[in-house]
Design a protein around this ligand. Structure first.
Ligand code: AP5
Ligand code: MG
Length: 219
């Protein structure tokens, strides 16, 4: 899943992974969990994340190399938030080729920056399952607790402050947008509108990933 902050990579990636019966690997989520546990990697990453800057390529490549070797990733995975730079994309292709795997499709979600800023300002997420909500478009049933964990209060994400969001967009434009060319040249890019309802966007994504031998579940 490729796209700017707030475009719906996590929201849609979660649904796609469930539909294809594979794991969702979100590098942002992995870093936030490491930070919450207070590991050295997590604490260092927290500084970068909270200011809206990308974490170093070497750290991210090592992290994804290990994560994609775990048993739940053996039959495929949806990557959310990785790669985010050309060196990460090159390293990913090389590491998967060594294993006889490859990235089949790159879903490039697009939406206007005004819409994305609105979404990020309103985002609240469940600290347990990490599902994201928004009063406009994706509200929780009771407004402040997770639908799937009714005892758990939704919370803000630390990097959704105005300043960090501005920096995240700048990082996206400078370092991640060049991946559009990288994946276009190799014939894997599928641009998809991220505007519209969550169900509407998902329907388009579902069509774009209707590949391979796995029979998608229908729910
Ligand atoms: P990461 O966690 O990946 O953040 P991001 O790319 O900024 O994207 P977000 O998670 O904010 O947005 P999203 O696209 O997942 O949207 P969501 O579904 O939540 O990375 C965080 C940080 O980690 C980075 O800044 C960096 O420091 C570091 N990092 C991670 N990976 C890295 C890497 N590879 N290299 C270097 N550093 C890395 O939706 C947003 C909101 O909109 C929610 O409220 C949701 O409910 C709502 N919403 C979703 N879809 C719709 C819709 N269709 N209509 C209305 N509302 C919607
Ligand atoms: Mg996300």
């Amino acid at each position: 899943m490729l796209g700017a902050p707030g475009v719906g990579k996590g929201t849609q990636g979660r649904r796609l992974a469930a539909m294809h019966g594979c794991s969702l690997i979100s590098t942002g989520e992995i870093l936030r969990e490491a930070a919450a546990r207070g590991t050295p990697l997590g604490l260092e990453a927290r500084r970068q994340m909270d200011s809206g800057r990308l974490v170093d390529d070497d750290v991210m490549i090592g992290l994804v190399r290990e994560r994609t070797l775990e048993p739940d990733a053996r039959d495929g995975f949806v990557l959310d938030g990785f790669p985010r730079t050309v060196p990460q994309a090159v390293a990913l292709d090389a590491m998967l080729a060594e294993r006889g795997q490859r990235i089949e499709v790159v879903l490039y979600l697009e939406a206007s920056e005004d819409e994305l800023v609105r979404r990020l300002q309103g985002r609240r997420e469940c600290p347990v399952c990490k599902r994201a909500y928004n009063p406009e478009g994706t509200p929780a049933r009771d407004g402040s607790h997770c639908d799937d964990h009714p005892a758990v209060e939704l919370r803000l994400r630390q990097d959704d402050s105005e300043e960090a969001v501005r920096q995240r967009f700048a990082e996206f434009r400078a370092k991640t947008a060049p991946l559009v060319d990288y994946y276009t040249v190799t014939g894997r890019l599928r641009p998809v509108t991220g505007m519209g309802t969550v169900d509407g966007v998902f329907e388009t994504l579902r069509r774009e990933t209707g590949f391979g031998s796995r029979t998608p579940q229908t729910n």
